[in-house]
Design a protein around this ligand. Structure first.
Ligand code: ARG
Length: 588
């Protein structure tokens, strides 16, 4: 038997390479599940076509060669058939699938491979302090968390970085507003409960005083706020104390949100913009000394022919403003340097909204020129928009952008209704637990089942439906399997798995793909592939359950085998949902 720790397609690939020789591997063959309308085979391989050009032989001939050379005693492949212009249709041995599935059932890792340890930095959530988290922050939090979990499960060293926006110019007005309302006032408490309200109040004062005549008089709010930014960034002790206070409130707020969502981020993962403050002057000096940054109208900028604007001129990356201040680009230069040279990341993921793509490409190009990226691949995992039914950014009836909290509250309320209807028999506390798991699961699954860079329409009805490709549907599948096992009194069925019915075989074959799919997500960084796989497993399970009686199976061996298939399906679903950060309720 080929190494059971390998993904299924890798194993098939290996058998073909064994049959043909090393050239097979070089041809970068694609092996995919066969199209069921064209063939009953399990897989289709196209490498003969690629090899044909290389070897100057007709593809069908090459394919036939391989087919002939597959050892008749190969334990894995039962039959090979040459089809069309030179495709290979492969059918696996049912006994092999059964043995592999039984093996998977005994494997704590369920076939998830450990493809070599990498250091992977994942920058996600990265909200702006003292502003409320909005829908797109929710999505970067959810997608980033799923990637962190998946990469960790693959054995990588994952370093989470919550790059809080904790140092911008907004802190001038936030500090001045805090001083005016009083540090222990109820208004100050808003930072913890409704940070957006606090921010808006400070903003309103700032705007009003900025417009008032005579502007710029020493005592007005806007002038004080601007001065405060400078004193804060120069390290003034009293300003730092007030900043600390705001940040403590902020941490309380975001930790409450993280706890509610069930994401991994803790205070230890916070590495905000402020933490790079001491390095910013050095970043600029070094770029200037290396001739990478030049002065332009008093500002220090990096220009590159790689980034040309509409006016055909290079777009400047401003690393020091003409007033001497540093901005988002400067902190991100220090950030990539830290992640590469100090943390030694093999990959540095930035799970951030798609509109920031140009910013990152410019920052990384400049950092690369400066020699600050060594052995690190920086990757922008672009997050697409979540929009309302009108196709525009989600807004409340009064026109405000929908806050994360209200969105979560809505989902939880709706989930509670769903559970109250489906399980009136349960006590209130149990129902509340399930409703929480279902509501959060629904939101997360909606974020994760669409490719991370495409937008989607936020629609609570669809997200919470128990039918279709939704979180609750998958959660329900796990609960149903638990209940089947419970009724059979089968805590930990261990098979052996026997495959007689086509529906049993199809389910087992699909389950064997789990490890390969997880590995694939670790490479492509696309959790929606795992979501699609889990959905497929759940529907394949449903077909199995409809065709194959489990509790009333015809004999004991069949019953044991089917219970084992149920258990394996349950574990794949629960583990897979877990990698997406979604809990599976005990009952639903
Ligand atoms: N705080 C930023 C925002 O809300 C995201 C930060 C992303 N990370 C980074 N290294 N720039 O848009």
């Amino acid at each position: 038997m080929t190494d059971p720790a390998l993904a299924l397609t890798t194993r098939v690939q290996q058998a073909l390479a064994d049959a043909f020789g090393p050239q097979w591997r070089e041809a970068d063959p694609v092996i995919r599940p066969a199209n069921k309308r064209q063939s009953d085979a399990d897989f289709q391989a196209n490498a003969a076509m690629a090899l044909a050009k290389q070897l100057g032989r007709p593809p069908r001939e090459i394919a036939q060669d391989v087919a002939d050379q597959i050892a008749p005693d190969d334990g894995l492949i039962a039959s090979v058939e040459v089809a069309g212009p030179g495709f290979l249709n492969l059918t696996l041995r049912t006994e092999w699938i059964a043995a592999a599935a039984t093996h998977q059932l005994a494997d704590d890792r369920l076939g998830i491979p450990t493809p070599g340890r990498e250091i992977v930095v994942v920058d996600y959530s990265s909200v702006n302090a003292a502003k409320e988290m909005l829908v797109h922050h929710l999505r970067t939090t959810v997608v980033g968390d799923a990637l962190a979990r998946t990469l960790q499960a693959l054995g990588h060293d994952v370093i989470r970085q919550n790059h809080l926006g904790d140092w911008g110019t907004a802190f001038g007005m936030l500090i001045e507003h805090l001083l005016e309302v009083g540090e222990d006032s109820d208004e100050a408490k808003l930072l913890e409960t409704d940070p957006n309200a606090f921010y808006q109040a400070a903003r309103a004062k700032f705007d009003a005083s900025d417009k008032a005549e005579p502007a710029g008089s020493a005592g007005d709010f806007a002038t004080r706020a601007r001065k405060r930014v400078a004193t804060l960034q120069s390290g003034d002790a009293e300003s730092l104390r007030l900043w600390d206070k705001i940040m403590a409130f902020t941490r309380t707020y975001i930790n409450r949100v993280y706890a509610e969502l069930g994401v991994l981020l803790t205070d230890d993962d916070i590495r905000g913009e402020s933490s790079y403050n001491d390095e910013l002057a050095g970043v600029c000096d070094e770029l200037e000394a290396q001739g990478i940054a030049v002065l332009s109208d008093g500002a220090l900028c990096v220009f590159s022919d790689e980034f040309i604007g509409r006016d055909d001129k290079p777009v400047p990356l401003i690393v020091r403003k003409s007033d001497g201040g540093y901005g988002y680009a400067t902190t991100d230069l220090a950030t990539i340097r830290h992640r590469s040279l100090d943390l030694h990341a093999d990959r540095a993921l930035y799970v951030v909204g798609a509109p920031q793509n140009l910013h990152f490409r410019m920052v990384w190009a400049a950092a690369d020129r400066a020699g600050w990226i060594k052995g690190t691949e920086p990757i922008h995992v672009q997050i697409g928009n979540v929009v309302g039914a009108d196709g525009k950014i989600l807004r409340t009836r009064s026109g405000d952008v929908v806050s994360l909290q209200s969105l979560v509250d809505d989902a939880l309320a709706r989930a509670a209704e769903v559970v109250a209807q489906s399980r009136p028999d349960l006590d209130e506390e149990t129902r509340a637990t399930i409703a929480h798991q279902v509501g959060i699961g629904a939101i997360k699954y909606a974020d994760l089942s669409v490719s991370h860079d495409s937008g989607y329409t936020f629609d609570l009805d669809r997200m919470l439906a128990l039918q279709g490709n939704t979180g609750p549907y998958l959660q329900y599948a796990t609960a149903r399997i638990r209940s089947i096992l419970g009724r059979a009194d089968a805590v930990d069925p261990d098979g052996p798995i026997l495959l007689v019915e086509p529906a049993e075989r199809a389910l087992a074959l699909r389950l064997l793909d789990f490890g390969g799919v997880v590995a694939e997500v670790g490479e492509s960084l696309e959790p929606h592939r795992l979501a699609a796989y889990l959905y497929d497993v759940a529907t394949t399970f449903t077909a199995f359950y409809e065709h194959c009686p489990v509790l009333k199976a015809e004999d004991a061996a069949t019953r044991d085998s089917r219970l084992a298939l149920c258990a394996l399906t349950g574990r794949v679903l629960v583990t897979g949902l877990g990698l997406l950060g979604i809990e599976s309720p005990d009952q639903m």
